[in-house]
Design a protein around this ligand. Sequence first.
Ligand code: FAD
Length: 424
Amino acid sequence: MKGPMPHYSALALLRARFQGAGFWKPLWTGRTLQDAYDVVVVGAGGHGLATAYHLARDYGLKVAVLERRLVGYGNVGRNTTIVRSNYLLPENHYFYEDSLRRWEKLSSVLNYNVMYSPRGVVDLCLNDGDMIAAARRGNAMRLAGIDSELMELEALERFAPELATRGNRRFPIVGALVQRRGGTVRHDAVAWGYARAATAFGADIIENCDVQGLRTEAGVVIGVETTRGFVKANRVLFATAGHTGMVGTMIGLPLPIETHLLQAMVTEPIKPLINSVLIYGHPGHGETYILQSDRGGIVMGGHLDGFPSYTREGQWHRLEDVVQGAVDMLPQIGGLRILRQWAGTNDMTMDGSPIMDRIKYDNVFLNAGWCYGGFKTIPASGAACAQLVATGTAPDIARGFRLSRFATGHMLDERGDGPFPVRL
Ligand SMILES: Cc1cc2nc3c(=O)[nH]c(=O)nc-3n(C[C@H](O)[C@H](O)[C@H](O)COP(=O)(O)OP(=O)(O)OC[C@H]3O[C@@H](n4cnc5c(N)ncnc54)[C@H](O)[C@@H]3O)c2cc1C
């Protein structure tokens, strides 16, 4: 920019905001609700927005995304931004790898910087049993063409020197499974980038529009009842994450999903200390994972709170567990103050894997059950789900995510990955 930066007083900014003057333009267009659409997507989280984008871009369909609150208000804006594809089962690792490859290119595809940071995801091993399980998972990944490295202590010390593995530790660290292409992506930017790109292809995104029911005619769904009236739709997709159980109740179909809280927290900012994502499954307190944000805050989280809830008010004991694990892992952060803590509602399936399928009606679809790990799958899920909704057939990499597996017993029992109970 030539010349001095323009200076706006706070009053001028406020006036401009309310008078709709030039700067502070809305990031996306398509805010007017029409009477009828080819597809209504319920829920403007990551999965709903990405699916809408692909439906509009790849299939030329007229799409509305109806959101009860605001774009980014749900878990897409509450997660801890970790992306990776280090899963054991083929039904999962090919899908998550498809997503990781899409993350690598997403900023240029959307023409919006989503700040993909391949800083490495490090699953720490505390004993020989952990190392054996990590080797098994790493080998499965490598056979599928996915990067993974089993690091013994010397290599790990070079990769993450802040761990001070030879110090006087409460639990010894003996090695790690590392995926260097794993890392983080800026979560809000993902919601905004997809919203902007979807509306550029003609989609409408309607906030403050709660979907409360389906309208049928002769056994076929013809649209949705909302707080802003009836909206006609040839097809309906529910991508409502933590509220999927309520959707099941609404349409009269019990789903194998429970809603549980997951918390995260962030400390005051410090100078750069951690340059990867560290995951520590420890015997004392369950699990802690930890990373450093671009602002310098140490972001951390752990297990679910442990009982179904929609409150978004995390339990104190879980916060305590996470912090104790973090200080076990990195004693040098023990004096930092926690600045804030938050929680989100997660749609937990009983095998830890998602559901992408038709439900109850020929023209109604569900994209759900992403548990505590669904941020990382948003790009792959958007493309796969759009194919399912547009053509009626899911791509091969998403075929394992059928709802019927809970009836036939073909579970994808992974809960995030190999040996540990929780993975983000
Ligand atoms: C603390 C925390 C940390 C996490 N960390 C990670 C991580 O590091 N990596 C990772 O991969 N995953 C992580 N996750 C999980 C991830 O955030 C979720 O799996 C994923 O975001 C869920 O999909 P979504 O973005 O579409 O959901 P959401 O953003 O929750 O979108 C669903 C939307 O549907 C709307 N909605 C619901 N019902 C209705 C209705 N009837 N009518 C209209 N709108 C409706 C909601 O308001 C909401 O906006 C984490 C989750 C939490 C809570």
